[in-house]
Design a protein around this ligand. Sequence first.
Ligand code: GLA
Length: 364
Amino acid sequence: MGWNSWNKFACNVDEEMIKSMADAMVKSGMKDAGYQYVNIDDCWQVSRDADGNIVADPQRFPHGMKALGDYIHSLGLKFGVYSDAGSKTCAGRPGGLGHEYQDALQYAAWGVDYLKYDWCNTTTQDAEASYANMRAALDASGRPIVLSICEWGTAKPWLWGKEAGGNSWRTTGDIKDRWQGKIEWKPGNCCSYGVLDIIDAEAELYSYAGPGHWNDPDMLEVGNGGMTETEYRSHFSLWAILAAPLIAGNDLRDMRPGVREILTNKEVIAVDQDPLGRQGERVWKDGDLEVWSKQLLDGGRAVILLNRGKAEREISANWENLGYTNHIQASVRDLWRHKDLGKFAERFSARVAPHSVVMIIVRP
Ligand code: GLA
């Protein structure tokens, strides 16, 4: 769990902004809720020096990356950076190709705890070998560093990401702040994804996720302004049932109370972080109506009733679809109303508003 600069700020990153975001992570209650990584995405780097060392933008990061990492650590948080397995990053900055061990040593010297490693400008490189090489370089640095594989799902990283030593792997192209719709970046160059497009891509991948090696449906858009609060609540709930990395992507310094309540809902976060480490599955679907279920360590199930459509509808979660027998009496707790709803047999049904979810825990 953490925060990343890209979704809100793109290339507009600098030391003061990142420090104030780290401060805000503490003050807003995000740190208390479990968020810890403060990750700078693309564009912090400008060149390589005569020895090939990666150089941070001296205008935007005048005190250097080590000082920034020290500041983040002083708040009890962790420090993340971004690079790319190819010759250049997606924004055209110097990539890591041919400098993997040198960069890993540099990151370790700066106190980096997390590396997001992108896949632009990789021409004929083999994806698994490239990421395994970076993992070996990070390990050789002597510092434990999370490796977040950002390959967009093209070479099916769920099949090899764990063996390559990745801790997570993106499963799709980039998220955009929208409910639904894949849209080409430019003609022939597919696509950015909405929330529903991403969950559809992840639905079949649940068996590949587990502790320390997760499917990554991309960073959160909660609070960035393109969706309604209802849609953001659904987006966050679905990421939690997918056991996704929860990397906020909004400006933490001026969050509306409603946005803050979504991102810091500890009951929903506990579903995401459940120690069993299962990714939830879509267990029932009828047109726009879906039921998702995630097995929890204590034998309970986190369940989402999702209404993708435009009209309010009733949705039922049948115990058999959750892997229980129907006659079982199970308690139901609503994770957004923070309320125990009582004991139910056979099923739980609720009216679900358009683009909304009801999220519950069912415990026999
Ligand atoms: C790619 C990644 C994004 C972001 C940008 C930065 O598109 O998928 O998440 O890191 O590059 O340029």
